[in-house]
Design a protein around this ligand. Structure first.
Ligand code: DGJ
Length: 728
């Protein structure tokens, strides 16, 4: 077991293959001190790192309790009593008093990992991991806090969460309940976050850590296009291969805060959890609150080490069966092909062309229900539009199945159009503040998914639609941020619970869907990649990465996404050209190359392609069939970034047995070059000989890695190559 309590040192240690995490019980009055997190060390007696002596007076010396708490590296900081950094736990009593501070009560060490009720979280059996449960309390408030730490046996990941229980006789309100805190000395860190906007998600930002607070957050009710629930602290000279990196990622799909703070004493505090803004959770006597899970990853081997740990953790312990490691079907989606303008014949035309080239599934996107020919109506009316689709979904799905293809369907269950039967019957089902007209976005309102009767009503319709035909895939969309966040069913002092209750409602709905349709392949989507987070990945093994389907822009979006999330989670399609996003023209072959590492598909009118383009499809699909498993299941290496060099992009994946490596190279912008590009490869076995599919050359892994691969000069913009190295 990788977790132990050391009585003599009054310390807990958690070990993963490459990292150690040490927690100290401070003698008086039982504070939980954070001693160490980093490269694996054999020592447990590391109390000196708490700086209790001689730098500051001990706590019981009443002369200076403030300096003690203000600097103490701690595990789960409270508020109002001298720790002026960001708190994990903020509490307000009925009288309006705001202070809390936790001290140790007891602990337990469990084999495996308990599930988090109602929340997505990584999984692990007794052979995979063990969990430390630290039970602490604020004695004055009679508030008990259970801190959970799961250490994985094979991965440098520690998953944390907290459960807060009111053991007193009066209600208290939690005004912040974050998931994890990491206190440490600043080691010349850079802060890495992923920011973005609609159609430009997950741009990598790396900046020097400065004094004060910095980070990324969402208050939109979704994890959002504008920020990822993620941060990494990387030593300033850390790069892909070298240097120490500490990362945090929140398994959650709503409002979040991911923040680093450098204090006056140059201590560093990183926190992650539900954003306290707009949050207030009333805990009645006996009531409890479970925070989402935070994943902490330590890498002593640069960003690549961090990425590999996240990819392995999410592929093996988050994404669920049966799709965990199963190849994902290639598909054609009709959105950019037809938008709302389709009927059965048009869809079958596309399907026939697709089937003839070997595409495995047709996905019918928005516009099949109610009377939806434009985006200003019918959300909430999940019955088929027989004018467009006579014979309903069944007729269409049967025809598509008869072509040897699967059939998939788009839905947007969390929304309602004011112009819909559902809204006319139940206007109170939409989030709204009495006395205010709710804000529309894309002509739609958000359903109060926190209410069980609203979920039941939507779900009953969905279930009927999905049961009416052989539907093997669902794209679950969500096309706006939350506003007017008020519920008719919550008392005044519980309205602050609504953001979180909304997210719990979404999780409950997706859980229900997967229980009723166990083999279903679910793909989440949120105006593209507005809810691309580990919470959603727990339900859907793949997520639509971005509404931006331009191949060049996608390089940066996919690079940022792959920093944390496995390539198998990214929906990536060859889309119409000129790009509907930015008008750029890129060759069909290059669009294929850019999409190949993800969950591959097409998003254009196949019937309008040239013969030459159509002829490329079987080859692209053959590459996906052969090398998709290497991209999806192997170790990913970022060799070159177009975002950084402005010229070319290169990623490679190496199969876990190191017998096959695939290199996806895109030469984006031509410039006059006297020398060809040299790409030192990575991740190969030094002694194995590999043959290049491009030149037939055979070289050792060491030769390819330390000598490098020469990419011949390419002319023209947006060209590229797929190069395969097979062990001989
Ligand atoms: C937004 C999605 O990201 C698109 O792919 C498409 O499904 C539209 N919504 C449909 O309204």
């Amino acid at each position: 077991m990788s977790i132990s309590f050391h009585q003599e040192e009054r310390a807990f240690r958690l070990d993963t293959p490459g990292s150690t995490y040490l927690i100290a019980l401070a003698d008086q009055p039982g504070f939980l001190g954070h001693m160490y997190y980093g490269r694996r060390i054999p020592d447990t007696a590391m109390r000196h790192l708490l700086r209790l002596d001689p730098a500051g007076p001990p706590f019981q010396d009443n002369g200076d309790q403030l300096n003690f708490l203000g600097d103490l590296p701690t595990e789960y900081p409270g508020c109002g009593l001298g720790d002026y950094r960001e708190s994990c736990l903020r509490v307000e009593t009925e009288e309006g008093f705001r202070a809390c501070n936790l001290t140790y009560r007891s602990h337990a060490i469990h084999a495996g990992k308990p599930a988090l009720p109602g929340l997505p979280a990584t999984r692990g059996g007794q052979e995979d991991c063990s969990t430390l449960e630290l039970i602490c309390a604020d004695e004055a408030l009679e508030l008990e806090v259970h801190l959970y730490y799961t250490a994985y046996e094979e991965l440098d990941a520690i998953c944390r969460s907290a459960r807060i229980v009111n053991r007193g006789s009066r209600p208290v309100k939690l005004t912040a309940a974050l998931s994890a805190c990491l206190d440490m000395d600043n080691r010349d860190f850079d802060l890495i976050t992923l920011h973005g906007s609609w159609a430009y998600e997950r741009m990598i930002q790396r900046r020097r850590l400065g004094w004060g607070t910095q980070g990324v957050c969402s208050q939109r009710g979704i994890s959002s296009h504008s920020g990822q629930p993620f941060l990494a602290l990387a030593e300033h000279d850390a790069n892909q291969e070298h240097g120490q990196v500490y990362a945090m990622n929140l398994v959650y799909s709503g409002n979040f805060l991911a923040q680093a703070e450098m204090t006056q004493q140059e201590y560093l505090r990183a926190v992650i959890g539900i954003h306290p803004e707009g949050f207030g959770w009333k805990l009645d006597p006996g009531g409890s609150f479970q925070t989402p899970e935070a994943v902490l990853v330590y890498s002593g081997h640069g960003l690549e080490g961090m990425t590999h740990t996240f990819h392995d953790l999410y592929r093996n312990h988050l994404i669920r069966e049966p799709w965990r490691n199963r190849p994902r079907p290639s598909l054609v989606n009709n959105w950019e092909a037809t938008y709302f303008d389709f009927d059965t014949e048009k869809l079958l035309d596309i399907a026939r062309t697709a089937a003839g080239r070997g595409i495995e599934m047709l996905v019918l996107d928005d516009g099949w229900f109610g009377c939806r020919d434009t985006d200003d109506n019918s959300l909430g009316d999940w019955f088929v539009n027989e004018k467009k689709l006579p014979g309903g979904l069944k007729y269409l799905a049967d025809q598509i199945n008869a072509l040897g293809m699967k059939f998939g369907l788009w839905v947007e269950p969390e929304m309602v159009s004011p112009n819909s039967d559902l809204y006319r019957a139940h206007p109170d089902y939409a989030l709204q503040i009495p006395g205010r007209k709710p804000m529309e976005a894309r002509h739609q309102l958000v359903l109060d998914i926190s209410r069980p009767e609203v979920r039941d009503c939507v779900y009953a319709q969905l279930k009927a639609a999905l049961s009416s035909a052989n539907i093997e895939y669902v794209k679950w969309d969500m096309n706006r941020s939350l506003t007017d966040v008020a519920s008719f069913c919550l008392e005044a002092d519980r309205q602050g619970e609504l953001f979180h209750r909304y997210v719990l409602g979404v999780y409950e709905l997706q859980e229900r869907l997967l229980a009723d349709f166990p083999g279903l392949l679910l793909e989440n989507c949120c105006s593209g990649g507005g809810r691309f987070d580990p919470g959603m990945l727990y339900y859907s093994p793949q997520i639509w990465t971005s509404d931006n389907t331009d191949a060049v822009d996608r390089l940066r979006i996919q690079e940022g996404t792959a920093l944390i999330y496995p390539l198998s989670s990214m929906g990536a399609h060859v889309a119409a050209c000129p790009s509907h996003t930015n008008g750029r023209v890129t060759p069909f072959a290059t669009r294929g190359l850019v999409s190949l590492p993800g969950c591959f598909g097409y998003e254009l009118d196949l019937t309008k392609l040239t013969e030459e383009e159509l002829d490329m499809i079987p080859g692209q699909l053959e590459n996906y069939r052969k090398y998709g498993p290497v991209f999806h299941g192997g170790d990913y290496y970022r060799l070159a970034s177009y975002g950084e060099n402005g010229e070319y992009d290169a990623l490679m994946s190496v199969s876990k047995d190191k017998r096959t490596a695939v290199l996806d190279y895109v030469h984006v912008m031509s410039r006059q070059r006297r020398r060809s590009v040299l790409l030192p490869l990575r991740g190969l076995d030094e002694e194995t000989l590999y043959r290049s599919s491009e030149t037939g050359e055979v070289r050792s892994g060491a030769g390819w890695m330390y000598g490098g691969m020469v990419m011949p000069c390419m002319t023209g913009d947006s060209t590229g190559k797929l190069i395969v190295l097979e062990a001989v």
